[in-house]
Design a binder for this molecule. Sequence first.
Ligand SMILES: *Cc1c(COP(=O)(O)O)cnc(C)c1O
Length: 446
Amino acid sequence: MTDLEQSRLLKTEIPGPRSIELGRRKTAAVSHGIGTTMPVYCTRAAGGIIEDVDGNRLIDLGSGIAVTTIGSSSPRVVDAVRDQVGDFTHTCFMVTPYEEYVAVAEHLNRLTPGSGEKRSVLFNSGAEAVENAIKIARSYTGKQAVVAFDHAYHGRTNLTMALTAKSMPYKSGFGPFAPEVYRAPLSYPYRDGLVDKEMGTNGELAAERALSVIDKQIGAANLAAIIIEPIQGEGGFIVPAPGFLPELLRWCRDNNVVFIADEVQTGFARTGAMFACEHEGIEPDLIVTAKGIAGGLPLSAVTGRAEIVDAPHVSGLGGTYGGNPIACAAALATIETIELGGLVERAQQIEKLMKDRLGRLQADDDRIGDVRGRGAMIAVELVKSGTAEPDADLTKRLTAAAHAAGVVVLTCGTYGNVLRFLPPLAISDDLLTEGLDVLAQALSDL
Ligand SMILES: *Cc1c(COP(=O)(O)O)cnc(C)c1O
């Protein structure tokens, strides 16, 4: 880690004068289609702190959207990247290959759920990997239709926009979208009312409802794949009821439909397991990874059962930069950091700390409708006092107050009323607690 002091410090208002000046240059130079959550310009980041151009030190509860899970500029990643940049920066794996790519594939095959023979293929972004997972599923099954779910987020390219549920800001005005994409209802325990009196929230009922839609509106004979995030990310950190995912997977196996788990946000120790599918005891046919895979460098992957991933013809998959050697070196260092640093267990500790704190807050404040998530992927759903009506306005004001106090938090959710926490696993308990204290104070002030 750099010598960045691990404490919050406000030297100026947020944003400070230098950030405001850079914001002016951004407005003049950068597409207005790019928004920023917090217009504060970063100079350094490490552990649980982001330092800005005005010398402020902010508590990071976002990890650059679940990317710097092991911490920004994590020491092994810094060393591995420096070494690799000095050796070679690019040859293109499709021209003259290199060991780092193969080694990343070996680790992915080892680490993902499922004990059978597996293969991996590497790309640059989450969306690109999702697109390729669909290509692979179509090639393997000879079928075309794809099912995604309510509240899904799978990216911003054409096919992944079609898979994504929410219109604003991701899709509005950008159509037409890719054909043969269908949507099924999700399990959303806080809102879907699928509660069995004896069993509590009932995942089997939610699966039945989804499978009925799939069966009646598409038909297994036409369906290549269903794709689902084991915990919805942008859609609101929605943890499906137990039984939902296993039931979908069982149906896929019975019907020659490829089950794709999009673990772009949930993967790599984020949820207190290496992959979130492990919490459900399921072994997906294909797993898509990105974000946390390489400590901040752009890399993504599709990993899965060998006979499926091997289905496309030779040279049917690829890309100029996919599996870039610098990104691969960073991924190898990231995996080593997670395994040697006990970061899966660290994510479990963070879950306990956050759920205890947020649960106590919920007990005293009926504007907190739900506290949910796993590991270091925790959210609170904000509602109008004592109802289940989403309160997007409160969410906005609360985030603004947190930002002004030097805490980086993000929102998500179809209704814009979910505050989400994705702290780096390198954050200290003290900083994490301080970040939550700031939020609790802001909530009580509002
Ligand atoms: C972020 C995300 C994507 C898209 O990844 P990009 O790298 O932004 O293309 C896909 N799926 C999920 C679940 C994500 O969270």
